[in-house]
Write a protein that binds this ligand. Structure first.
Ligand SMILES: [Zn+2]
Length: 248
């Protein structure tokens, strides 16, 4: 699969993110003081390797049906309210109902910071969400996770093959984000099913690249080795998440 063969330069959100006014104000302050932002960034409590290991072991439990018991008690809610959140990873995934990160990584409340949208693309809101997770919450690992049978990627392929331009403004904003991946895929194959898969894979890579290129905050955190961005793909038929393995 091309996605896993192509070297990624490193690295790697958006519907239901709720930030308290207090947190949002803190984030805005951080952005306003870019020169010293890294000094105010939350220090990761674990390494990205450990974070990745936690996600891998969680997905293994999901695949084998050996899920851990989750704590949804009032005490847990109170703890997270009083002490705040300290998620160990930021995940960008598709809005697809078959791809819920908390479930497929067997994680509980307060564990993972997630931004979701159809097609796991990087728009401005998603970019800001990921920056917030990495810089303010201190997650050492950012995962861009695509998946098999992605409807957003399929719609992009189908509309381009049909030369259809009838999408709404909202849908078009998604399709236009994925279109470069389709166009690159089309230089390799004209087989429709292969185009679906390759477009999914390239869309993961392109989202990673966009994070790196558009965010000075993430670029700096990656260069300082405070943050690692990795790609991953979820197989909706097996439940398994495969991470790209070009870690260094
Ligand atoms: Zn999808």
């Amino acid at each position: 699969m091309k996605f896993f063969n192509k070297r990624l330069t490193m690295i790697t959100a958006s519907a239901a993110i709720t930030l308290s006014l207090l947190s949002f104000s803190a984030m805005a302050k951080t952005v306003d003081t870019r020169a010293t932002s890294t000094q105010t960034a939350a220090a990761p409590t674990i390494t990205w390797e450990k974070s990745l290991s936690l996600l891998e072991s969680g997905n293994k439990r999901f695949v084998t049906g050996k899920l851990t018991k989750k704590d949804f008690s009032k005490a847990k809610l109170n703890d997270l309210t009083v002490n705040g959140q300290k998620p160990f990873a930021t995940i960008i995934s598709c809005a697809d109902s078959r791809v819920p990160p908390e479930h497929l990584f067997d994680q509980g409340l307060g564990d993972v910071f997630i931004a979701r949208n159809a097609g796991n693309v990087i728009d401005d809101v998603t970019l800001g969400t990921v920056e917030y997770g990495a810089e303010h919450l201190g997650t050492p690992l950012i995962v861009v996770m695509g998946h098999t049978k992605c409807g957003a990627c399929k719609a992009t392929v189908d509309s381009n093959l049909a030369h259809s331009h009838e999408a709404s403004v909202g849908i078009e904003s998604i399709l236009s984000k994925i279109k470069p991946s389709f166009e690159e895929a089309y230089t390799h194959t004209q087989n429709t099913n292969a185009l679906y898969t390759l477009t999914e894979d390239l869309n993961i890579e392109n989202s990673i690249q966009e994070l790196e290129e558009r965010s000075p905050i993430l670029k700096e955190l990656v260069e300082q080795k405070k943050v690692k961005i990795v790609g991953a793909k979820y197989d909706i038929s097996t439940g398994k998440v495969t991470f790209e393995k070009s870690h260094d």
